[in-house]
Design a protein around this ligand. Structure first.
Ligand code: HEM
Length: 469
């Protein structure tokens, strides 16, 4: 980890050995049990649709790997930290399945988040340098400037729509850091408005795959299609402007424009385009969701905000928080990590088996879809004492060593691990420190903090009043 005394997040790409696996022949392996509570015809689908978080949290009571019947389809749910680590680290599983197919059709097929095999490895090699620990300090001034801009934008007593504010700053930081240039300043706001429309529409298209119905020209579909077209246009404009400028700053966009394929040829225009989208989109949605959850926590536990303010005062004094301060803001970082434990933006992950394989002594057939939930794993009483209590001090080094391996992997592990763990922690630390030092927060009437379960997990609608310190 980059900051604070937070837990060891996964080792970088490819450095971790998979947990040992069972070498028994397939025939001797057991069939995973079917989870309880299936209904005729509907199977477990209605429970998963009605209250997915509660449903996923109780699955471990039925077994380490359990079968879910979703209509005619069987999906394998993995419920223990060790086995989720085994799945994430094993070459027997790839990114595939309905979630990814629906994302690909909207966002493009040649981006790192949906590619597999050699293409994915090459793409990771291209983007990785922009996210390496030693690249992060160069983003520090932009992150600090955007954090300070929030403090200056928010007025005491004003009711803030935190959904809009969180996504706006998340998009601005990713876009300005990874595709540097003043041409980004206005475009960041356009990207933000396009993504806001797309995120809600995408989730609907994922859970209700109604195909042709989304082509009917009703206002919601028209708005979605306009936002999608604008996002693609914006990315083309950004690439064209950068080329026209003749500049090659040391950033992600330069890395993409200079990237070569396996034959040493420049990568195609479509791949550059899809890559920009594949990096901006998950980056903005996840960080935006985390900022919302952090603000929810600050409204529910004002004493944490007071402690963050005290830490900022003692480390930073009265000047604005700077990137160099982030490492010393250990309490702030532990509040962020604990927020990620209880409200992981990425609450569900899926994989597909590419071969007949085994998991925890169970048979997993080639083609099987697997699912596991960081939300369920990170709230499990078997891994955490007082598992539902918000306790940032559980991430003090003397306590965090007791957390079972893979019981806290909000950025995942293995070859699909989020490239942006250091980047995101630095950004979230600077934002949390700046806003908690400047304001106390309370929820305003009309706020609905219940979880909204979409592509990411976040409060439904968070209206917050910023109060002076
Ligand atoms: C992948 C979490 C921020 C870019 C992932 C994955 C997780 C994750 C769990 C793995 C998905 C899987 O295994 O299927 C998070 C969280 C974030 C965050 C919790 C913030 C707190 C970001 C940011 C960016 C980003 C800021 C870029 C600017 C990506 C990309 C991938 C990814 C490109 C795909 C990697 C691959 O498949 O090789 N993220 N992420 N993420 N994330 Fe993040």
């Amino acid at each position: 980890m980059t900051v604070g005394s937070s837990p060891e997040f996964p080792a970088p790409l490819g450095q971790e050995a998979p947990p040992s696996s069972d070498t028994r022949p397939q025939a001797e392996l057991r069939e995973p049990p079917v989870a309880g509570g299936a209904l005729p015809f509907l199977g477990h689908g209605w429970k998963l649709a009605r209250d997915p978080l509660a449903f996923l949290c109780q699955l471990r009571d039925h077994g380490d790997v359990v079968r879910l019947e979703l209509g005619p389809k069987t999906v394998y749910a993995v419920t223990t930290p060790a086995l989720t680590g085994a799945v994430a680290l094993s070459p027997d599983y790839i990114i595939a399945g309905p979630l990814w197919e629906s994302l690909e059709s909207l966002l493009g097929k040649e981006g790192v988040a949906t590619a597999n095999g050699p293409l994915h490895r090459r793409q990771r090699r291209t983007i990785q340098p922009a996210f390496r620990l030693d690249a992060i300090p160069a983003y520090g001034p932009i992150m600090a400037e955007e954090a300070q801009a929030l403090v200056e934008r928010w007025r005491s007593g004003e009711v803030l729509d935190i959904t809009a504010e969180s996504f706006r700053v998340a998009v601005r930081v990713s876009a300005r850091c990874l595709m540097r240039g003043s041409y980004m300043d206005d475009r960041a706001d356009r990207i933000c408005s396009a993504l806001a429309t797309l995120f809600s529409g995408m989730y609907q298209r994922m859970v209700l795959p109604l195909g042709p119905l989304y082509r009917i020209p009703v206002p919601a579909n028209l708005e979605f299609n306009r936002a999608l077209a604008d996002l693609h246009l914006l990315v083309d404009e950004i690439v064209a402007d950068r080329r026209a400028s003749g500049q090659k700053p040391d950033d992600l966009l330069t890395a993409l424009l200079e990237a070569k394929d396996d034959n040493g040829e420049p990568i195609g225009e479509q791949e550059i385009h899809d890559q920009v989208i594949a990096i901006l989109t998950p980056g903005s949605e996840t960080v935006g969701s985390m900022i919302m959850s952090l603000l929810l926590v600050l409204t529910e536990h004002p004493e944490l905000g007071d402690k963050i303010r005290d830490e900022v005062k003692s480390v930073v004094g009265d000047r604005p928080v700077a990137f160099e301060d982030a490492r010393k803001l250990t309490f702030t970082a532990n509040v962020i990590v604990e927020t990620m434990r209880l409200y992981p933006a990425v609450w569900i992950l899926t994989r597909r088996a590419v071969t007949d394989t085994e998991l925890g002594g169970y048979r997993i057939p080639a083609g099987a879809d697997l699912v596991y939930s960081p939300y369920a794993i990170q709230r499990d009483a078997r891994s955490y004492e007082r598992h539902e209590e918000f306790d940032p001090d559980r991430w003090l080094p003397e306590r965090s060593k007791d957390v079972p391996k893979y019981a806290m992997s909000p950025f995942s592990v293995g070859n699909r691990k989020c490239p942006s763990d250091h980047f995101s922690m630095a950004e979230l630390t600077l934002i949390t420190a700046a806003i908690a030092a400047a304001f106390r927060f309370e929820q305003a009437p009309g706020s609905d903090p219940r979880p909204r379960i979409g592509i990411t997990l976040r409060p439904r609608r968070l209206l917050v009043r910023a109060l002076p310190r």
